[in-house]
Each structure stands twice: as C-alpha cells, then as structure tokens.
Design a protein around this ligand. Structure first.
Ligand SMILES: Cc1cc2nc3c(=O)[nH]c(=O)nc-3n(C[C@H](O)[C@H](O)[C@H](O)COP(=O)(O)O)c2cc1C
Length: 101
C-alpha cells in the first residue's frame, strides 16, 4: 500500500492520476482507472449540455464508488463558452461532486 497526500485525499490505492483527455475522459475510462486503484478525471468539455454533464457524473458514480476528478480546461476553445464554464462549476458546486473545496 502506497501512502501519499494524494492517496489520502482521494482514498485511492496508488498516487496515479489519469489527466483530463478530450473525447476520452468519459465515465467508463474514469471508472476503469478508479477501480484499478488510480484516480480518473471526467473531462467536462466533452459534455455540451447540463443534462449530458449531470448524466456523466451520475454514470461515473454508478460505475465506481471511489472519488474521481472533474477536469475543467483552461485551454482556449471556441466550443466552450462562458456559459459552459458557469454550468460546469455550478453543477460541481451544487454538490454533484463530492469534496468540492
Ligand atoms: C489524448 C489527450 C487528450 C488530452 N486532453 C486534455 C484536455 O482536454 N484537457 C486537459 O486539461 N488536458 C488534456 N490532456 C493533457 C493530460 O490531461 C495530461 O495533463 C498530459 O497528458 C500530461 O500528463 P503527464 O505529465 O502525466 O504525461 C490530454 C492529453 C492527451 C494525451
């Protein structure tokens, strides 16, 4: 058992994080990484609507009971508007995501 600040923060077996990946950071990958002992990152920018984003968080929770990350990119994008950023952060802050600080 490896113990670091990261494993303690996430309750994971290993301090290994799979970073956000556009098109790839979907619930199935996040859960696979989590269930293998690492920490997966749900990639917000994949989900264009609030319904899709909430659904993805819900689906991830169905596939893993472990803590996961949500990546909200700061890279410039013409596809992600100010409204998207507000929506992503609002959904997380509303308690959809545990451990929000
Ligand atoms: C295919 C691919 C897609 C990525 N997409 C994103 C992304 O959408 N947002 C983001 O913040 N980082 C993205 N990244 C960056 C990764 O999250 C990570 O920061 C990067 O691979 C460096 O990690 P490393 O130092 O462990 O190699 C992507 C990386 C890859 C390989």
């Amino acid at each position: 058992m490896i113990k670091t600040k990261i494993t303690e923060m996430f309750g994971s077996e290993y301090p290994i994080i799979c970073g956000a990946m556009m098109w790839l950071g979907v619930p199935e990958l996040v859960a696979a990484v989590n269930n293998a002992g690492g920490i997966g990152t749900l990639t917000a920018a994949i989900f264009q609507t609030e319904e899709e984003f909430r659904g993805a968080i819900q689906r991830t929770r169905e596939l893993t009971d472990k803590a996961f990350m949500v990546g909200v990119t700061i890279l410039p994008s013409i596809a992600i508007t100010d409204e998207h950023y507000k929506m992503y952060l609002r959904v997380c802050a509303e308690g959809q995501c545990r451990g929000w600080k």
